[in-house]
Design a binder for this molecule. Sequence first.
Ligand code: CP3
Length: 341
Amino acid sequence: MPLIAAATGRVPARRPVWFMRQAGRSLPEYRAIRADRGMLESCFDPELVCEITMQPVRRHDTDAAILFSDIVVPLKAAGVDLDIVPGTGPVIASPIRTAADVAALPRLEPEAVGAVTAAIGLLLEELPPTVSLIGFAGAPFTLASYLIEGGPSRTYEHTKAMMLAEPDLWHALMGRLADLTIAFLRAQIAAGVDAVQLFDSWAGTLSESAYEAFVAPHSTRVMAEIEQFGVPRIHFGVGTGELLGAMTRVGTDVIGVDWRTPLDVAAERVGRSVAIQGNLDPTVLLAGPEAVRRELTRIIAEGDRAVAAGTPGHIVNLGHGVLPNTDADAITHAVELIHTL
Ligand code: CP3
């Protein structure tokens, strides 16, 4: 598997590429199959999860499939009252703000995500042997931000206020979320995923010192608990240029880099100790084939430079998820180009 080779310091048979949010609204076949079904109910339907996960692999010839799910799926499975609202994202019925709220947060029993592990079983039958299946979970901080704010936020004001004003409560909540994330990742690994990605999408809102004090201990526990299973771990956040070192030190095999930091600079920042993943700006896919070729040529050169200097490998990806109005053919052409450049 080219993706596993690049993640573990071996030479891949071809340059591996997959795209965050490759399964989803950019694909007409996704929009058709989701037309009369809610997002969350779809995530708990094994046949549908398998089909949607396969769609981008069939269409684009990517080197990995990412399990079609959402970071709030384990919270929903555990019994948290929430929904995924189209055009908004996850919305929590009763935001978590007090010690009683934290104490009432339900635990995740592995059986509650049986639909997800069943979907993984179906995918292992269908995926070509060279295509890696990536499982994932939200990191404790990003999950906490949704639970505390009650939905998406630009300022994370309730989250940061709890962190700074009530550190004991904060660490209690983060401990519970780390347990949930560990349970969800363990279930996916036991079911057979080839790699896992921990999404700390919104960690970039924090200073490095806040990240180290309030987030790193919990993400470190997650990464340490799953290390024993030997599947490569990928750690990703948006706008985390200043946190790349800290996010690598929590323990990972691959660090995700967004478009703000050149890959060769990122590789040096993390001491060449881990493989790198990224980092095309998703909007480039809206800018036509010339721009895509130009940007991918630069990114691949930066990745190659990093690998020549001792970085274990480069997995090509976006710096964040595919935008919904991306033309599906632009993605197919980008994958073709990455495999031939
Ligand atoms: O292809 C893939 O990457 C796999 C599927 C996937 C989804 N969500 C499907 C989805 C993955 C990996 C996620 C993770 C996720 N969900 C993250 C971390 C990744 C990131 O983007 O930073 C976060 C922060 C969420 C929370 C979330 N869920 C958001 C912000 C949204 C978008 C809201 C919107 O409508 O614009 C969702 C909903 C969601 N998750 C959709 C999909 C395909 C859209 C819902 C739909 O199709 O109706």
